[in-house]
Design a protein around this ligand. Structure first.
Ligand code: NCD
Length: 329
């Protein structure tokens, strides 16, 4: 993989990149353990500024990127609603983003519009200030940084179990419109013999482009409506919520019976004792809070891993990763 200019899609990443991100993120966690380490991290990018342009609701992704900026000393500005920007006056998204690029060194963006990041990156690349773009969620399309933190979480969870290779990962819920599932599935094809199970109601099955991608990368996968059987075979169960914000007719999702795809405390006994339970969050009724204290539940850890992964990613993108990998602690 050559030099990366923008983070737009999970399909940009190759295995050496993921392995390097894993080492980088672990090293950053080491720095976090001491005041000296944290002060060192804060000095690395203290000369940089970032724009957080989030025009779709976000709690974790926004806060973890903002916290990652704080950890690295990056100063950040934000827009969280087009109602407070000149888009309200009729300015195009493209013009608004080009304007941000005048003030900052990095744009982190989340938008309900699939493919917008690619468009903006292409546009900025033709200007004399082509600042990098990070896709923090693009409609139902992609969420590459979530996929990176999910891979990090899986890698850590399977550290003493032979890694992600050969494991069975089950994704559950709205697999049609869940961008985290789409991005993570792409990355899992980089781990030999990893097997994917997709458990969902008929109406929320994966899209054909993902199916084709998995076939062309020769990844073993199976689509099923048998939730219990799928989770009992799996080394990781990745739960997701129904993405009803993308309903073309309001209320359509509610007509789909998803009740058989909810993970409850009673299911814990049919799952492997070493399996991990993940969720990108936010959750609704698909993941019972009674599970939170089971040692297999990793979703709260995923949140913190997300912050460290984003620190790692920004150091890589802004050319500071060697300054983390090289020093002896
Ligand atoms: C996810 C998202 O926004 O796609 N959340 C997140 O970023 N952690 C999942 C979701 O909203 O269901």
């Amino acid at each position: 993989m050559g030099e990366i200019r923008h983070i737009l899609s999970a399909s940009q990443f190759d295995r050496p990149f993921l392995d390097r991100m894993y080492r980088l993120t672990n090293k950053i966690r080491q720095f976090d353990k001491s005041k000296e380490g944290l002060i060192y991290l804060q000095s690395l990018l203290a000369h940089k500024r970032a724009m957080l342009y989030f025009t779709q609701p976000s709690t974790r992704t926004f806060l973890s990127f903002q916290s990652a900026c704080h950890i690295l000393g990056i100063k950040n500005s934000e827009i969280r609603d087009t109602a407070t920007s000149s888009e309200r006056k009729g300015e195009s998204i493209e013009d608004s983003l080009r304007t941000f690029s005048s003030y900052v060194d990095l744009i982190i963006m989340r938008s309900p519009v699939g493919g917008l990041c690619d468009r903006v990156a292409g546009l900025l690349d033709k200007t004399d200030r082509p600042v990098p773009i990070i896709n923090a969620g693009s409609g139902p399309d992609e969420h590459p940084t979530q996929a990176l933190l999910d891979i990090y979480t899986l890698e850590r969870s399977f550290k003493n179990l032979g890694g992600i290779e050969g494991k069975t990962i089950c994704m559950v819920g709205d697999l049609k419109r869940g961008r985290t599932v789409r991005s993570l599935s792409r990355l899992l094809t980089l781990y030999p013999q990893a097997r994917l199970l997709f458990a969902s109601p008929q109406a929320f099955k994966i899209e054909d482009d993902l199916r084709q991608f998995l076939r062309s990368s020769r990844t073993e996968f199976m689509e099923t409506e048998n939730f219990k059987e799928a989770i009992s075979q799996s080394d990781a169960v990745y739960m997701t919520r129904v993405q009803d914000e993308y309903d073309t007719v309001a209320g359509d999702s509610a007509k789909v019976d998803s009740s058989a795809f909810c993970l409850k405390a009673e299911h814990l006994k049919i799952m492997k004792p070493t399996s991990v339970i993940m969720h990108p969050l936010p959750r609704r009724n698909e993941l019972d809070p009674a599970i939170d204290n089971d040692p297999r539940a990793k979703y709260w850890r995923q949140e913190r891993n997300g912050m460290w992964t984003r620190v790692a990613l920004m150091t890589k993108l802004l050319g500071m990763d060697e300054k983390i990998l090289l020093p002896e602690l």
